[in-house]
Design a binder for this molecule. Sequence first.
Ligand code: BTN
Length: 269
Amino acid sequence: MIPLNEPNFKTRLSKLLRTNRIGKSIFLFNELDSTQDFAMALPNSESLHGTIVIAKKQNMGKGRIGRTWISPEGGLWISIIFRPEFNVENIIFIQFIGALAVVNAIHEITKIDCKLKWPNDVLINGKKVCGILVDINLENENKKIVMGIGLNANIDSSSINNFLNDGNIKATTLKEEFGNDIDLIFLIKSILEKLEHYYDNFLSGGKILDIIESWKEKSEFGKKAIVYDGNEKFMGKVIDIDQNGALVMKLSDGSVKKIIYYSNVSFQS
Ligand code: BTN
Protein backbone atom coordinates (compact mmCIF):
# COMPACT_ATOMS: atom_id res chain seq x y z
CA MET A 1 0.00 0.00 0.00
CA ILE A 2 1.54 3.28 -1.07
CA PRO A 3 0.10 6.23 0.89
CA LEU A 4 -0.61 9.45 -0.96
CA ASN A 5 1.86 11.37 1.17
CA GLU A 6 4.71 8.97 0.41
CA PRO A 7 7.51 11.17 -1.01
CA ASN A 8 7.80 9.07 -4.16
CA PHE A 9 4.09 8.79 -4.85
CA LYS A 10 4.20 11.03 -7.92
CA THR A 11 7.20 9.26 -9.43
CA ARG A 12 5.66 5.87 -8.80
CA LEU A 13 2.35 6.89 -10.31
CA SER A 14 4.10 8.30 -13.38
CA LYS A 15 5.99 5.04 -13.84
CA LEU A 16 2.85 2.93 -13.49
CA LEU A 17 0.63 4.99 -15.78
CA ARG A 18 0.11 3.63 -19.29
CA THR A 19 -1.43 6.78 -20.74
CA ASN A 20 -0.31 9.15 -23.46
CA ARG A 21 -1.51 12.42 -22.03
CA ILE A 22 -3.60 12.02 -18.90
CA GLY A 23 -1.52 12.24 -15.73
CA LYS A 24 1.65 13.45 -17.44
CA SER A 25 1.64 16.49 -15.16
CA ILE A 26 0.72 15.84 -11.53
CA PHE A 27 0.01 18.24 -8.67
CA LEU A 28 -0.19 16.44 -5.33
CA PHE A 29 -1.10 18.12 -2.03
CA ASN A 30 -1.46 16.95 1.53
CA GLU A 31 -4.28 19.39 1.97
CA LEU A 32 -6.17 21.74 -0.31
CA ASP A 33 -9.45 23.63 -0.14
CA SER A 34 -10.61 22.06 -3.41
CA THR A 35 -8.70 20.31 -6.20
CA GLN A 36 -11.42 21.57 -8.52
CA ASP A 37 -10.90 25.23 -7.66
CA PHE A 38 -7.13 24.78 -7.82
CA ALA A 39 -7.34 23.23 -11.30
CA MET A 40 -9.76 25.87 -12.55
CA ALA A 41 -7.48 28.66 -11.28
CA LEU A 42 -4.28 27.22 -12.77
CA PRO A 43 -2.90 29.55 -15.42
CA ASN A 44 -3.27 28.52 -19.01
CA SER A 45 0.44 27.67 -19.27
CA GLU A 46 0.11 25.05 -16.52
CA SER A 47 -3.26 23.71 -17.61
CA LEU A 48 -1.93 21.15 -20.04
CA HIS A 49 -4.39 18.58 -21.33
CA GLY A 50 -4.35 15.69 -18.87
CA THR A 51 -2.92 17.59 -15.90
CA ILE A 52 -4.18 16.10 -12.64
CA VAL A 53 -4.57 17.60 -9.18
CA ILE A 54 -4.83 15.29 -6.17
CA ALA A 55 -5.29 16.19 -2.51
CA LYS A 56 -5.04 13.85 0.45
CA LYS A 57 -7.86 15.82 2.04
CA GLN A 58 -9.95 18.82 1.04
CA ASN A 59 -11.12 21.49 3.44
CA MET A 60 -13.80 22.95 1.18
CA GLY A 61 -14.59 20.18 -1.30
CA LYS A 62 -17.26 21.15 -3.83
CA GLY A 63 -20.18 18.97 -4.82
CA ARG A 64 -22.79 19.51 -7.52
CA ILE A 65 -25.41 22.23 -7.28
CA GLY A 66 -23.44 24.20 -4.73
CA ARG A 67 -23.25 21.40 -2.21
CA THR A 68 -20.28 20.74 0.06
CA TRP A 69 -18.31 17.56 -0.63
CA ILE A 70 -16.98 15.98 2.54
CA SER A 71 -13.41 14.96 1.77
CA PRO A 72 -11.49 13.46 4.70
CA GLU A 73 -8.13 11.73 4.42
CA GLY A 74 -8.40 8.25 2.85
CA GLY A 75 -10.65 9.26 -0.03
CA LEU A 76 -9.65 9.88 -3.61
CA TRP A 77 -10.12 13.56 -4.40
CA ILE A 78 -8.86 14.30 -7.87
CA SER A 79 -9.45 16.80 -10.68
CA ILE A 80 -8.42 16.25 -14.27
CA ILE A 81 -7.93 19.03 -16.81
CA PHE A 82 -9.08 18.54 -20.40
CA ARG A 83 -8.39 21.02 -23.18
CA PRO A 84 -11.39 20.38 -25.38
CA GLU A 85 -10.78 19.63 -29.02
CA PHE A 86 -14.33 18.55 -29.68
CA ASN A 87 -17.51 20.33 -30.51
CA VAL A 88 -18.61 21.88 -27.23
CA GLU A 89 -22.19 20.88 -28.07
CA ASN A 90 -21.15 17.42 -26.91
CA ILE A 91 -19.82 18.59 -23.59
CA ILE A 92 -22.58 16.81 -21.69
CA PHE A 93 -20.92 13.48 -22.46
CA ILE A 94 -17.79 14.35 -20.49
CA GLN A 95 -19.52 13.57 -17.21
CA PHE A 96 -20.72 10.20 -18.56
CA ILE A 97 -17.16 9.32 -19.54
CA GLY A 98 -15.91 10.07 -16.03
CA ALA A 99 -18.53 7.89 -14.37
CA LEU A 100 -17.92 5.01 -16.80
CA ALA A 101 -14.17 5.17 -16.15
CA VAL A 102 -14.76 5.00 -12.39
CA VAL A 103 -17.23 2.09 -12.65
CA ASN A 104 -14.81 0.08 -14.80
CA ALA A 105 -11.83 0.86 -12.58
CA ILE A 106 -13.73 -0.19 -9.45
CA HIS A 107 -14.70 -3.43 -11.16
CA GLU A 108 -11.15 -4.10 -12.29
CA ILE A 109 -9.76 -3.68 -8.80
CA THR A 110 -12.51 -5.05 -6.55
CA LYS A 111 -14.82 -7.01 -8.92
CA ILE A 112 -17.69 -4.98 -7.47
CA ASP A 113 -20.45 -4.08 -9.95
CA CYS A 114 -21.50 -0.47 -9.55
CA LYS A 115 -24.64 1.16 -10.90
CA LEU A 116 -24.96 4.59 -12.41
CA LYS A 117 -27.53 7.15 -11.41
CA TRP A 118 -28.08 9.93 -13.90
CA PRO A 119 -26.36 12.24 -14.45
CA ASN A 120 -23.15 11.05 -12.81
CA ASP A 121 -23.47 9.29 -9.46
CA VAL A 122 -21.78 5.95 -8.96
CA LEU A 123 -23.66 3.65 -6.59
CA ILE A 124 -22.98 0.40 -4.81
CA ASN A 125 -26.01 -1.36 -3.33
CA GLY A 126 -28.06 1.81 -3.79
CA LYS A 127 -25.60 4.03 -1.91
CA LYS A 128 -23.33 6.64 -3.41
CA VAL A 129 -19.64 5.81 -3.53
CA CYS A 130 -18.51 8.45 -6.02
CA GLY A 131 -19.68 11.74 -7.49
CA ILE A 132 -18.41 13.67 -10.46
CA LEU A 133 -18.37 17.39 -10.98
CA VAL A 134 -17.61 19.10 -14.28
CA ASP A 135 -16.59 22.75 -14.43
CA ILE A 136 -16.17 24.41 -17.75
CA ASN A 137 -14.45 27.52 -18.99
CA LEU A 138 -15.28 28.22 -22.61
CA GLU A 139 -13.31 31.42 -22.94
CA ASN A 140 -11.98 31.56 -26.51
CA GLU A 141 -8.24 30.92 -26.13
CA ASN A 142 -8.43 29.11 -22.83
CA LYS A 143 -11.11 26.47 -23.28
CA LYS A 144 -10.79 24.18 -20.30
CA ILE A 145 -12.86 21.46 -18.73
CA VAL A 146 -12.11 20.27 -15.23
CA MET A 147 -13.54 16.94 -14.16
CA GLY A 148 -13.55 16.39 -10.41
CA ILE A 149 -13.88 12.86 -9.11
CA GLY A 150 -14.75 12.34 -5.48
CA LEU A 151 -14.44 8.68 -4.57
CA ASN A 152 -15.10 7.52 -1.03
CA ALA A 153 -12.28 5.02 -0.94
CA ASN A 154 -10.61 4.23 2.39
CA ILE A 155 -12.92 6.06 4.78
CA ASP A 156 -15.83 5.20 7.06
CA SER A 157 -19.22 6.13 5.65
CA SER A 158 -20.25 7.51 9.06
CA SER A 159 -17.76 10.33 8.54
CA ILE A 160 -19.90 11.41 5.58
CA ASN A 161 -23.41 10.28 6.43
CA ASN A 162 -23.38 12.18 9.72
CA PHE A 163 -23.15 15.39 7.71
CA LEU A 164 -25.70 14.67 5.00
CA ASN A 165 -29.20 16.13 4.89
CA ASP A 166 -32.13 13.74 4.86
CA GLY A 167 -32.72 14.54 1.19
CA ASN A 168 -29.30 13.22 0.21
CA ILE A 169 -28.77 9.69 -0.98
CA LYS A 170 -26.78 7.74 1.65
CA ALA A 171 -23.05 7.38 1.13
CA THR A 172 -20.98 4.22 1.17
CA THR A 173 -17.26 3.67 0.78
CA LEU A 174 -15.13 1.23 -1.19
CA LYS A 175 -13.43 0.06 1.97
CA GLU A 176 -16.77 -0.94 3.50
CA GLU A 177 -18.12 -2.61 0.37
CA PHE A 178 -14.87 -4.43 -0.44
CA GLY A 179 -13.97 -5.24 3.15
CA ASN A 180 -10.41 -3.92 2.88
CA ASP A 181 -8.45 -0.79 2.15
CA ILE A 182 -7.77 -0.18 -1.52
CA ASP A 183 -4.35 0.81 -2.84
CA LEU A 184 -5.07 4.30 -4.14
CA ILE A 185 -2.18 4.33 -6.57
CA PHE A 186 -3.68 1.42 -8.54
CA LEU A 187 -7.15 2.92 -8.33
CA ILE A 188 -5.88 6.22 -9.76
CA LYS A 189 -3.91 4.42 -12.46
CA SER A 190 -6.93 2.41 -13.51
CA ILE A 191 -9.31 5.40 -13.53
CA LEU A 192 -6.94 7.58 -15.56
CA GLU A 193 -6.22 4.87 -18.12
CA LYS A 194 -9.91 4.20 -18.63
CA LEU A 195 -10.64 7.90 -18.79
CA GLU A 196 -8.10 8.34 -21.56
CA HIS A 197 -9.56 5.39 -23.44
CA TYR A 198 -13.10 6.80 -23.30
CA TYR A 199 -12.00 10.35 -24.04
CA ASP A 200 -9.94 9.35 -27.08
CA ASN A 201 -12.81 7.22 -28.39
CA PHE A 202 -15.10 10.15 -27.86
CA LEU A 203 -12.76 12.47 -29.78
CA SER A 204 -12.46 10.08 -32.67
CA GLY A 205 -16.16 10.71 -33.27
CA GLY A 206 -19.08 8.40 -33.86
CA LYS A 207 -18.63 6.86 -30.42
CA ILE A 208 -21.28 8.82 -28.61
CA LEU A 209 -23.88 6.11 -29.10
CA ASP A 210 -21.41 3.57 -27.65
CA ILE A 211 -20.97 5.78 -24.60
CA ILE A 212 -24.73 6.00 -24.15
CA GLU A 213 -25.10 2.24 -24.57
CA SER A 214 -22.37 1.56 -21.97
CA TRP A 215 -24.04 4.03 -19.67
CA LYS A 216 -27.46 2.42 -20.09
CA GLU A 217 -26.06 -1.03 -19.33
CA LYS A 218 -25.04 0.22 -15.91
CA SER A 219 -28.21 2.17 -15.16
CA GLU A 220 -31.41 0.98 -13.61
CA PHE A 221 -34.55 1.90 -15.47
CA GLY A 222 -38.10 1.84 -14.18
CA LYS A 223 -37.12 3.37 -10.86
CA LYS A 224 -39.18 6.15 -9.37
CA ALA A 225 -37.38 9.45 -9.40
CA ILE A 226 -37.81 13.05 -8.49
CA VAL A 227 -35.82 15.35 -10.74
CA TYR A 228 -35.28 19.05 -10.39
CA ASP A 229 -34.88 21.02 -13.60
CA GLY A 230 -34.13 24.58 -12.58
CA ASN A 231 -36.92 25.46 -10.17
CA GLU A 232 -39.28 22.82 -11.54
CA LYS A 233 -39.76 19.47 -9.88
CA PHE A 234 -40.81 16.34 -11.82
CA MET A 235 -41.96 13.02 -10.40
CA GLY A 236 -42.14 9.83 -12.40
CA LYS A 237 -40.18 6.83 -13.63
CA VAL A 238 -36.86 6.87 -15.45
CA ILE A 239 -37.36 5.08 -18.77
CA ASP A 240 -34.33 5.92 -20.92
CA ILE A 241 -31.31 8.07 -21.69
CA ASP A 242 -31.65 9.47 -25.20
CA GLN A 243 -28.97 10.09 -27.83
CA ASN A 244 -28.46 13.65 -26.60
CA GLY A 245 -27.69 12.40 -23.11
CA ALA A 246 -31.06 13.56 -21.79
CA LEU A 247 -32.85 11.67 -19.06
CA VAL A 248 -36.22 10.44 -20.31
CA MET A 249 -38.92 10.23 -17.66
CA LYS A 250 -42.49 9.07 -17.75
CA LEU A 251 -44.27 11.44 -15.42
CA SER A 252 -47.05 10.52 -13.05
CA ASP A 253 -49.61 12.09 -15.43
CA GLY A 254 -48.44 9.78 -18.28
CA SER A 255 -46.56 12.43 -20.24
CA VAL A 256 -42.92 11.99 -21.23
CA LYS A 257 -40.35 14.58 -20.14
CA LYS A 258 -36.73 14.87 -21.28
CA ILE A 259 -34.24 16.54 -19.00
CA ILE A 260 -30.75 17.61 -20.00
CA TYR A 261 -28.28 18.19 -17.23
CA TYR A 262 -25.30 20.39 -17.90
CA SER A 263 -23.56 19.93 -14.56
CA ASN A 264 -21.96 23.00 -13.01
CA VAL A 265 -21.39 24.85 -16.22
CA SER A 266 -19.84 28.14 -15.24
CA PHE A 267 -19.04 30.30 -18.23
CA GLN A 268 -16.09 32.33 -17.12
CA SER A 269 -14.51 35.22 -18.88
C1 BTN B 1 -21.20 15.42 -6.55
O1 BTN B 1 -21.79 16.31 -5.92
O2 BTN B 1 -21.72 14.31 -6.70
C2 BTN B 1 -19.85 15.68 -7.16
C3 BTN B 1 -18.75 15.64 -6.13
C4 BTN B 1 -17.37 15.91 -6.72
C5 BTN B 1 -16.31 15.96 -5.65
C6 BTN B 1 -14.93 16.09 -6.23
S1 BTN B 1 -13.64 15.70 -5.10
C7 BTN B 1 -12.45 16.26 -6.22
C8 BTN B 1 -13.02 17.53 -6.83
N1 BTN B 1 -12.73 18.67 -5.98
C9 BTN B 1 -13.83 19.22 -5.48
O3 BTN B 1 -13.87 20.21 -4.74
N2 BTN B 1 -14.91 18.54 -5.91
C10 BTN B 1 -14.56 17.44 -6.79
